[in-house]
Design a protein around this ligand. Structure first.
Ligand SMILES: [Zn+2]
Length: 479
């Protein structure tokens, strides 16, 4: 990064990114009525006069949603307000039957938080402006026309099942400076939410939604330039691509002497492009008014302290704890993949940490086995024997390791072929069949060793000991 004293366009540009994250709480019922929340019902079955906004109905606040919001706020290092109130946020849309959304405005439940995200150059400190509670709108489906969007659609359908489900909106300070920072932060946040048990936080299902506010500035510049907002990025990869694309677009505009205009963009995953959707509303446009049908929320000290005491050890702290044993990236991968507790149990059974980390991050991760279902002592036996048993037996054992009553025994009995006398003729056959590769190897292409080993493994249906094969091939070719 430049020290800021450079001149003109030689100075580097720095993205400035703030995120708005919506987390759908998995409470049993909706925020202001007793309709069931959650997925899977036929459209418009989970509705009642309250969430359909019939005249004369009144909202009744879901106490669990309040507790979960406080818990999440505490996990994000927030201060819990002694008094929070709900506001009506007015706008018109077919999925909003009241004509306003009940949200929180200038007195939100949780404020002024801070999250430490372990990164390669120390912790990223991300400020949290607020975490507030609001109701979700219903879901609109645009049929026909251009890619599910309202413009050009033949007609639109509204499913009110989602209307009124509780959302926590988390707003960060613009403390992120790359798509990579944003990914690290979001993965940590997602894992935190999952471990608190307050949401499934599935981006693909929309139970975790991320909007990004992006601006750019020259390194060393203190002031913020005009920002834009990107929506509709429904995976971590798309968040990164969207931020990257928008930062590059803005740099291009500033460098060609233009002016970035404040507006909102939709991200299109297929083409990785952004299209302007609307100019961004200001708070004034929403005509925020205090919600007269709900009393202020005043969480007692006792409640807040009880919820604080219930917080588990948080993912960020666990990444730092494991980092020394396996390195930052593996530690972050184990924790955000929900496999670090299994890692610790297997290591406690006496297996070398890096080997355990490697297997859990690679071969085990590919099996889809629930880490919580695994008997760590049995898995430890499998990992310990990984060089002695055939590759195929190893992979099968990992895939079965979550089965009730799983035992490593039968897989360990399946010994790999390590006998040189048995393997040598196969090695000879493979070398004879691949003369060009043999010549290339002898000319210095050492990387081909893996190719020969792979061929021998195929000939033996994965039963050969790869280490022995590798030594045989090498000694044969280096003669
Ligand atoms: Zn309802």
């Amino acid at each position: 990064m430049s020290d800021g004293r450079g001149t003109g366009s030689s100075q580097r540009w720095e993205p400035v990114i703030g995120l708005e994250i919506h987390v759908q709480l998995k409470t049993r019922t909706k925020l202001f009525c007793r309709c069931e929340a959650g997925w899977g019902a036929e459209p418009n079955r989970r509705t009642c006069p309250v969430c359909l906004a019939h005249p004369g109905t009144l909202p009744v606040l879901n106490g669990r949603a309040i507790e979960w919001t406080i818990k999440l706020g505490l996990a994000l290092g927030c201060r819990v307000a002694e008094r929070a109130i709900f506001h009506r946020k007015h706008y018109f849309y077919p999925d909003l039957p009241k004509g306003y959304q009940i949200s929180q405005y200038d007195e939100p439940l949780c404020v002024e938080g801070r999250v430490s995200v372990p990164g390669p150059a120390g912790d990223l400190e991300i400020g949290i402006v607020r975490a507030h509670l609001e109701e979700d709108a219903a879901k609109t489906v645009h049929v026909g026309g251009a890619g599910g969007r309202i413009g050009g659609a033949e007609h639109s359908l509204v499913d009110f099942n989602r209307g009124g489900t509780p959302l926590v909106e988390i707003v960060t300070r613009p403390d992120l400076h790359s798509a990579e920072d944003a990914r690290r932060f979001l993965q940590l946040l997602r894992q935190t939410v999952i471990e608190l048990g307050v949401s499934d936080a599935e981006m693909e299902l929309g139970t975790l939604r991320v909007d990004a506010n992006v601006s750019v500035r020259r390194a060393g510049e203190a002031a913020l330039r005009t920002r834009t907002e990107i929506k509709n990025m429904n995976s971590f990869a798309f968040v990164g691509q969207g931020i990257q694309a928008e930062a590059e677009r803005q740099i291009g505009i500033w460098e060609s002497g233009g002016e970035v205009v404040q507006q909102t963009f939709d991200f299109h995953a297929g083409s990785r492009t952004l299209t302007a959707s609307r100019s961004k509303e200001e708070a004034d446009d929403y005509r925020y008014l205090p919600e007269p049908d709900l009393v202020p929320v005043e969480p007692s000290r006792e409640l807040v302290e009880r919820l604080r005491a219930e917080l588990p050890e948080l993912p960020g702290a666990r990444i730092r704890r494991l980092e020394g044993a396996v390195g930052l990236e593996a530690a972050a991968g184990l924790v955000t993949g929900g496999r670090d507790r299994l890692f610790e149990r297997v290591v406690a059974a006496g297996i070398e940490p890096r080997a355990v980390g490697n297997v859990l991050m690679n071969q085990f991760a590919g099996t889809g086995v629930d880490p919580e279902a695994v008997d760590a002592a049995e898995l430890a036996r499998v990992i310990e024997a990984r060089d002695r048993i055939p590759r195929s037996a190893f992979v099968e054992a990992l895939a079965a390791s979550g089965d009730p009553g799983f035992s490593a025994g039968p897989y360990l009995a399946d010994a790999a072929v390590s006998d040189a006398a048995e393997l040598e003729p196969i090695v000879e056959r493979v070398l004879a069949a691949n003369e060009a590769q043999v010549a290339a190897f002898r000319a210095g292409k050492q990387g081909l060793l893996g190719f020969f080993v792979g061929q021998v493994m195929r000939e033996t249906a994965g039963k050969a000991n790869a280490k022995v094969v590798s030594e045989l091939v090498r000694s044969r070719l280096e003669r």
